[in-house]
Structure formats: C-alpha cells, structure tokens
Write a protein that binds this ligand. Sequence first.
Ligand code: NAP
Length: 258
Amino acid sequence: MTTADKYTVETITGVRPWTDSLFSFRITRDRGYRFVPGQFARLGVRDREHDTTVWRAYSIASAAHDEHLEFFSVVVPGGAFTSRLSKLKEGDEILVERKSYGFLTTDRFEAGKDLWMLATGTGLAPFLSILHDFETWERYENLILVQSVRTQPELAYEDLIRGFDRSEYYAEFAHKLRYARIVTREPVPGTLRDRVTKLLASGVLEENLGVKLDQDRSRIMLCGNPEMVEDSRKLLTERGFRISRRGDPGHLAVETYW
Ligand code: NAP
C-alpha cells in the first residue's frame, strides 16, 4: 500500500469557534469512509514549509449517516497540530486516514437499559455521534449525558443537545435523554458545580439525574481528561462495574484524550 492509499485529501467546509480556545470544524467525507459512532479518525495537516505532515486522533462528532465529518477541538498552546489546525479555514485541505479507530462504541457492551456518557471538555465529541445513532435510542430506555466544563461558554453543543425534542427525526425518542451540565469554575444556575468524580462518589449525580447506577441496567462510557477517566474508572470498578474487553463485554468503555 502506498502512503496515498492510506488517506484521502478532504476540504474544510466550516469552522465554528465556541471560545478563544475551543472550536468545531466540518470537512468533506470520502464516500468510502466508514466508522461506528464513538470512534475516532486520524487527521493530518501538511506543513509545506518543512515538508512534513502532522497527524492526530480526533473523535468524530457527526452522525454515521452524515455526508460530512465534524470534529470538536481545543487549541493546545504551542501544540504542533492544534495551533496549525486552528488557523485553517474553509476551503483548506486536511488529510483523513481511510481507517477509523477506537472502542468507545456501544457494541462493546452486554445488553443494558441505561447508557451513561460522561464527558469532560472535548470528550463530548464521540457522544454527539452516538446521540445521532437511531439504534442507540431504540436499544436503551435512558440515555444519560453528563458534560463537564470549566466555564459556561465551554458548554458547546448545548442547543443541539437540548433540541432533540424539536427534531423531526429524534423527537419520538427525546424523552429518553437526561442531560446534566457541570460547570466547575463559575456559578451557573441550573448546573452542577463539583467535579464529576466527586458527584459520582457522593451519589449526587444519580440523585440529580433521577437514575441509579446499577450493574444490570447501566452501561457507562467515559471520555475526556485522562485523570477524570482514570479516577471515574476506579470509582466504578470499586462498585463492581467491569471494563469491556475484546470478546468479553462488560459495563464500562473508556477513551482518554491526551
Ligand atoms: P479540563 O481540564 O479537561 O476540564 C474540563 C472539565 O473536566 C472541567 O470541568 C474540569 O474540572 C474537569 N476535570 C478535570 N480534571 C478532572 C478530574 N481529574 N476529575 C474530574 N473532573 C475533572 O479542561 P479542557 O479545557 O477540556 O482541557 C484542559 C487542557 O488540556 C487544555 O488547556 C489543553 O491544553 C489540554 N487538552 C489537550 C488535548 C489534546 O488533544 N492534546 C485535548 C483536550 C485538552 P476543574 O475545573 O475542576 O478542573
């Protein structure tokens, strides 16, 4: 296989800034590109000056049935990839590896009734894709999304998440969604303030959402800050939840972000 067979050259079709350091972008999608909601793509940005390409993994935020691919990113100060990426604009090229990756997918689980998706920061992205998967809405009785950010403007995609009940396609399922917002560094009415790990340990998260964590019912996905993922994983395994492994489905699936 030559290098060119490994990737396709796509075009940026839209950039949406959320804050100074947080943005989403859309790109064209090769007709042959396949992924399961929850997976990530490998994106490449060419540096013509140094004749190199920098590659990074990015969770796909868009639906498997969308014609485009969408991603949600932070600008890492001094980061080789995101600082370059954040300068890209509509019409610029971006490379996409033909293969998709990752195991943060619902097919990792034993059958369950409640799907918990716990995200910090840009770790929200894979859950947006999963939330656009009709099968997920059909399969689970409750979809529980927890989005933790530092400040209110970082509550990206809030309108989209709250808008499922107004959507022509999802409205019939929308009553299944429970959405908790956590804003840790400033008081925001209607949101929780403590870290998700503290809220999990104290039981406040379950109380707030009106759903109990339960091994028979709950399937839990964690995505975002590596310490949050590790600490939550520990808390949950101490409560008897098991990580899903290849060929051995359990209750927990995790993806760390950097
Ligand atoms: P973040 O530090 O991940 O914070 C997002 C949310 O997660 C906040 O509510 C935060 O609470 C919470 N959180 C952080 N650590 C936690 C833990 N151990 N347990 C429970 N909750 C926790 O913020 P971010 O803005 O998404 O990213 C932070 C930095 O990480 C960025 O400045 C960026 O440089 C880097 N980053 C890099 C990449 C990459 O791909 N290289 C991707 C994402 C982020 P608190 O307010 O209490 O901390």
